[in-house]
Structure formats: C-alpha cells, structure tokens
Design a protein around this ligand. Structure first.
Ligand SMILES: Cc1ncc(C[n+]2csc(CCOP(=O)(O)OP(=O)(O)O)c2C)c(N)n1
Ligand SMILES: [Mg+2]
Length: 226
C-alpha cells in the first residue's frame, strides 16, 4: 500500500493568529458558574440559590426508596450469580444520585437511562421485575417507555445522550416546558456520541440535563486513564 504524504502545513503568521484569538475571546460568552452542593466527602455545601427545604417525612421517603432499590439490586445480583441472569449492572453506591435526581422529576419529564438506572426506574414507577427480562435474555426491554416516560435501557455506551438531545429538541419545538434527562457514566464521557449530544444541545438550546454518574470506572478502566 502506498501512502501519499501530505504537504507540510504552512506556519500561520504570528500576528494573524494573535488577532483571531483576541477576537474570538471577545465574543466568548461568560463561563457558567460552577455550582457545588456536596463535598467529595458527602457534606452539604450551602448555596443561596439552592436552599434545601425538606420535611422529615420527605427524607424518610427518599431513604425508603434507597433501601428498597438496594434490596432489589442485591436480589438481582444474586440471580446473576446463580446463573438466572446473563448480566446484572449493579447500582450499589449510586442509590442517592439516582433517587435524588429521579424524585426531582415531573411526571411529564422524560428519562433516557443507561443500563444501570434501576433507582430512577423505581422513581418513575416501572415495575422492578420488568427490568430483569433483558438481562435474562427473554426480551429487548420489558416495559413501555411511554407509560412512565422512562426509555428502554441502552447498552451502546453514550448513544442515549443523542436520543435524549433529539427528543429534547422535539419537546422545545412542541412548546412544552418539560425537561429531558440523559444519564451517562464517566466512561461514556469519552464517547463521540456524547460529545455530539453536547454540541447539539448547546447549539439548539435543548431542554436536556446531562446527568453524569462518575463511579470511577468504565469496567476495568479507571477514570484517570479515560
Ligand atoms: C459503544 C460501546 N463501546 C464499548 C462498550 C463496552 N462497555 C460496556 S460497559 C462499558 C463501560 C462504561 O463505563 P461508564 O460509562 O463509566 O458506565 P458504568 O458502567 O460505569 O455505569 C463499556 C466500555 C459498549 N457497551 N458500547
Ligand atoms: Mg463508570
């Protein structure tokens, strides 16, 4: 095979480069403010725009959701170990992120999950037993996405970010004020699909929330190597 060499690129003139950079910098909108509500140790950080007002009853409800979700998850993991399921992506350690975000949603919001959002599925009212079929290999996703506004699980890493963005663009065209959530993992953040979704969401100002759960791993690849 012959490989044609491309001609070396002419070096841009210094003055021209400098001028372009300055003009681009002048046009750039201000960076969005970073909001932090929890420290890495899980302690609450107060923020004037995001005051937390909860009742003891609400807190008990959220805790109940987390306990039930973890119990179901442990049962499904056991089924996988017994050979009843071919695969089970456990949500162990991600209960709070999922229940907190899931309970913040309105009924008319729409969720595009990965394959690990069992806690969000619970919040949306999807029967937990329906989540098992796909992992047992008896169906391609056992629930009707439109019954609970909870899309089918997506195994192709990051592709649901595009589906969510397209859906959100549709929501905006319909004139609705509902929101769309795309869940994805730290590993998925390296995928082209996710980068494309970010670009389209920004360009079209689509009402989509990108919800990254950084569990530090993409299977065997740690975050620092992704
Ligand atoms: C497009 C694509 N590439 C590779 C895989 C194989 N794969 C399955 S899970 C996974 C890691 C995903 O990591 P992350 O996005 O952090 O999600 P997590 O499983 O940690 O929730 C990979 C690479 C896949 N399913 N799809
Ligand atoms: Mg991960």
């Amino acid at each position: 095979m012959t490989v044609e060499r491309t001609a070396p690129r002419a070096k841009p003139r210094r003055a021209a480069t400098k001028k372009t950079t300055t003009a681009a910098a002048r046009k750039r909108p201000p960076r969005p403010e970073m909001v932090q509500l929890l420290t890495p140790e899980g302690e609450r950080v107060e923020h004037p725009d995001y005051a937390l007002e909860t009742t003891p009853g609400q807190l008990r409800g959220l805790y109940r959701d987390m306990v039930l979700t973890r119990r179901f998850d442990a049962e499904a993991t056991a089924l996988q170990r017994q050979g009843e399921l071919g695969l089970w992506p456990s949500l162990l350690g991600q209960e709070a992120a999922q229940i907190g975000s899931g309970r913040a949603l309105r009924d008319d919001d729409y969720v595009f999950p990965t394959y690990r959002e069992h806690g969000v599925a619970w919040c949306r009212g999807v029967d937990p037993t329906l989540l098992l079929g796909m992992f047992r290999g008896v169906n391609h996703g056992g629930w009707d996405p439109n019954s609970n506004n909870f899309h089918l699980y997506t195994i192709v890493i990051g592709s649901q970010a595009l589906h969510a963005t397209g859906y959100a663009m549709g929501v905006a065209k319909d004139g609705s004020d509902s929101a769309v959530v795309a869940y994805f993992g730290d590993g998925a953040s390296s995928q082209g699909d996710v980068a494309e979704a970010f670009t389209f969401a920004a360009v079209y100002n689509a009402p989509v929330v990108f919800f990254c759960q950084n569990n530090q791993w993409a299977i065997s690849e740690p975050t620092e190597r992704q």
